[in-house]
Unconditional design. Structure first.
Length: 343
């Protein structure tokens, strides 16, 4: 069988410029997984410029020697146009991390429909991830009613909405718990710090702050330290600096797993290329429930596995083709806990 060639249209920055290393790490873990499977991966960075993303999609579609697969992200709502740009390419397209919105799907259709080469979508279950985060943070304040301030990314994309909905669902279990205010940020440390400063002054009774990525979470933590308030801080992302901050006990928790979505996509494409269609039996939209809360108890293990050794985590064991399994089970505990791996 020929070696599959994949192009990843990475929406982030090739060199980190203040919004965190998320997209560089997505590429790193993706490349490591592709290498383990003997797949060729080419990464094109769009530098958070959705117009450049579209031009890159158009250029890939126009190649005389196209790749077998193109992986895209619905960053800044650009995936709908990218799907149309790639529709006449022989390459098959996989959407990851940020799904199309319902409105976009109403216009474009679903996987394997009008756009036949759009073979699937792979996302992490952001609702469950943020639900687990808020459940953990609420337990850290004991019996006190939760007074929550939040900083998320944008009001439109599905992943941002799902994170906010997960927080709200966790708080809805007790009538005395509530969100004081949820604001939208630009993913940077400075913005997280500045917005948290304003919100802490506005809501002096706030006792929980959460943010939707590492940079904003660490910025919010800086504001809490300035404020000298008894506030617990948590977030989503699990980049090295944030995990180290959890290890020190300064940050209460961080949710790990979003940076592994590209590695999961490589597993799905490897299986598909070898005749095990990831769409069977549950359809071409894979929503993977593997996001894990890291606290002081397990953060050091995650740091060692993901960042503190020469090789990236090995996702090849999740392949249904290799395991001859009926369903996927992307369980991060298998990577974080040596005992479960041995079992």
């Amino acid at each position: 069988m020929s070696t599959p060639r994949i192009v990843f249209l990475n929406p982030g920055e090739e060199v980190e410029r203040g919004t965190g290393q998320h997209w560089q790490l997505v590429s790193r873990f993706m490349a490591a997984t592709a290498a383990r499977f003997g797949m060729q991966l080419e990464v094109l960075y769009a530098e958070r410029d959705h117009l450049l993303m579209l031009r890159q999609a158009e250029a890939v579609a126009a190649r005389n020697d196209p790749p077998d697969y193109v992986v895209i992200v619905n960053e800044k709502m650009a995936a709908q146009q990218m799907l149309h740009a790639l529709a006449h390419s022989p390459a098959k397209v996989l959407l990851i991390h940020n799904d199309l919105t319902d409105a976009q799907r109403a216009e474009t259709g679903n996987e394997r429909g009008t756009i036949k080469n759009w073979i699937g979508t792979v996302t992490a279950d952001a609702f469950q991830g943020s639900f687990r985060l808020m459940d953990y943070l609420c337990r850290q304040i004991g019996d006190r009613p939760a007074r929550v301030i939040g900083i998320t990314g944008d009001p439109i994309t599905p992943v941002s909405k799902a994170r906010a909905q997960g927080v709200a669902a966790a708080l809805s279990r007790k009538p005395e718990d509530r969100v004081e205010q949820l604001v939208y940020g630009d993913w940077s440390f400075a913005d997280g710090r500045d917005k948290a400063r304003v919100l802490l002054a506005r809501y002096p009774n706030a006792n929980i702050v959460w943010a939707a990525n590492d940079s904003m979470t660490l910025g919010a933590l800086a504001a809490v330290r300035e404020h000298r308030a008894p506030v617990v801080v948590g977030g989503l992302g699990a980049l090295p600096e944030a995990v180290a901050t959890v290890m020190r006990g300064d940050l209460a928790a961080i949710v790990a797993g979003d940076q592994f979505i590209g590695a999961c996509a490589m597993v799905a494409l490897y299986d598909y290329h070898h005749g095990v269609d990831f769409a069977q039996p549950d359809g071409p939209r894979l929503k993977l429930d593997y996001l894990t809360v890291l606290s002081r108890d397990n953060a050091s293990r995650c740091y060692k596995i993901a960042f503190d050794q020469g090789t990236a985590p090995d996702f090849s064991g999740f392949s249904r083709y290799r395991r001859r399994a009926a369903r996927y089970d992307f369980n991060l505990q298998v990577l974080l806990d040596p005992a479960s791996k041995a079992a």
